[in-house]
Design a protein around this ligand. Structure first.
Ligand code: ATP
Ligand code: MG
Length: 425
């Protein structure tokens, strides 16, 4: 029989790793809560049309990376490759951005793209995304960047990340630029890599993003988008830079930064690191003022970003920034010997949970010898063992033994256990 395996590029998150996931997810959720952002939860599956109309027909994602299938009614559905489209769809469907009401929301969850799996690049991966609506000025662009900067500090990643910043201007600016860029590149068509040749017709700005060294060299003397920005776009970008300067957030200008999705304009940014090899972008976003209207709503300024959870976790691990306390998931392990002690053990454990609600207490289940229970107590990482035999149970006493330091077991009365543990933990 064929052994069953997870789908290529899709990972299980196992018990040994989940504490780190929870730590990261909690850190982000808490931070966003403090900035006044509220969570939204969208379906993982959306109509294929949504992604075609938002991300763009000639992007890598829509052209070749989507998990698209017909459901039993014959409707074309797609596993979401990113969160912005579904978030905008939800905002529109529920009228949350109508009347110019501003929204600041975030979401977390798996995204799906049929890419070549490698370190930091998977077919199911997780993002935390943040989106804001109906705030037009550079202040909100700045806030999004500043809050991620704070997050990097909290996670101990600041030294390892760089903020890359660019402005894509208005769609008119890009159209004028595109025409000149295409002229420039067409005159050098034979020197372009194959992907760039193909993109020249469909999505020429993406050529800027090419990883091919020869193409990059060719782009040195190409027209620069920055020279095509209208006055308003320039003012927006300067406003953003002034705010980042004021907040002390360092950045580098990257005139080639264009992003892989069609809906961006004005501000685009990426947080990159040189510690993860080729998969160096850990967080990316920008302004997408045209998208809500493109999906059938009223013109609505919008800006957001998404961070890649797997890449951030890799970075945290690479830099040795996993908090030491994560190794320790259990405070106390209760060992019981004998049928009377098992009964008493549950009584004791539940009474401890009543008075110490944060106590991480594992009650041994499954019987076994004293020795084997002790092995499990040790392996659990618990700092203390509580030991209950038949005699202690009858006397409402229990043995308390430190597992991580030398120290004798001492017998104490049940009613003294909470106070003792409070002192010790
Ligand atoms: P890349 O250039 O690395 O392919 P992208 O521009 O396609 O990234 P976005 O769509 O902007 O990525 O997604 C935001 C973030 O999600 C990325 O910066 C990255 O951290 C993460 N991400 C994107 N694709 C993957 C993937 N296949 N596996 C793991 N993380 C991913
Ligand atoms: Mg990509």
């Amino acid at each position: 029989m064929k052994t069953l395996q997870a789908v290529r590029g899709m990972n299980d998150i196992l018990p040994a790793d989940s504490a780190l996931w929870q730590y990261l997810e909690r850190s982000v959720a808490d931070l966003l809560g403090r900035y006044g952002y509220q969570q939204v939860r969208m379906p993982i599956v959306e109509s294929t049309e949504l992604f075609k109309r938002s991300i763009g027909e000639v992007t890598d994602i829509v052209e070749k990376e989507m998990y698209t299938f017909a459901d039993r009614n014959g409707d074309s559905l797609t596993l979401r490759p990113e969160g912005t489209a579904g978030c905008v769809r939800a905002m529109l469907e529920h009228g949350l951005t109508g009347g110019g009401v501003s929204q600041k929301v975030w979401y977390a969850g798996p995204m799906f793209r049929h890419e070549r799996p490698q370190k930091g690049r998977y077919r199911q991966f997780n993002q935390i995304g943040v989106e804001t609506f109906n705030i037009a000025g550079p202040d909100i662009d700045a806030e999004l960047i500043i809050l991620t900067w704070r997050l990097w500090q909290q996670l101990g990643l600041r030294e390892a990340v760089t903020l890359e910043l660019n402005s894509l201007g208005s769609s008119e600016d890009r159209a004028r630029y595109r025409a000149d860029l295409v002229d420039y590149l067409r005159a050098r068509f034979d020197q372009l890599d194959e992907d760039s040749q193909r993109r020249l017709d469909s999505n020429p700005l993406r050529v800027l993003d090419s990883k091919n060294p020869q193409t990059q060299a060719l782009l040195q003397d190409a027209p620069k988008l920055a020279d095509y920005l209208n006055e308003q776009a320039v003012a927006h970008f300067q406003g953003l830079r002034a705010l980042l300067d004021a907040a002390g957030v360092p950045y580098v200008l990257n005139p080639r930064l264009v992003r892989g999705l069609d809906y961006y304009g004005l501000t685009v940014f990426e947080w990159t690191t040189d510690r993860l090899g080729a998969q160096g972008t850990v967080c990316a976003g920008g302004r997408y003022d045209g998208l809500v209207e493109q999906l059938g709503g009223k013109p609505t300024p919008a800006v957001g970003f998404a961070m890649g959870i797997e890449r951030l976790l890799l970075l945290i691990e690479t830099l040795g920034k996993v908090p030491a306390e994560l190794a320790n998931q259990v405070d106390v392990y209760l060992v019981t010997l004998g049928p009377g002690a098992v009964l008493a053990g549950f009584r004791l454990a539940e009474s401890l949970r009543d008075v110490l609600p944060d106590l991480r207490l594992v009650v041994h289940c499954g019987g076994g010898s004293f020795k084997s229970q002790f092995k499990k107590a040790d392996k659990s990482g618990a700092r203390f063992a509580l030991i209950l035999g038949e005699d202690e149970a009858l006397a409402e006493q229990v043995g308390l033994k430190p597992l991580r330091t030398d120290g004798e077991q001492k017998n104490i009365a049940w009613q003294d256990v909470p106070a003792q543990l409070k002192q010790l933990l």
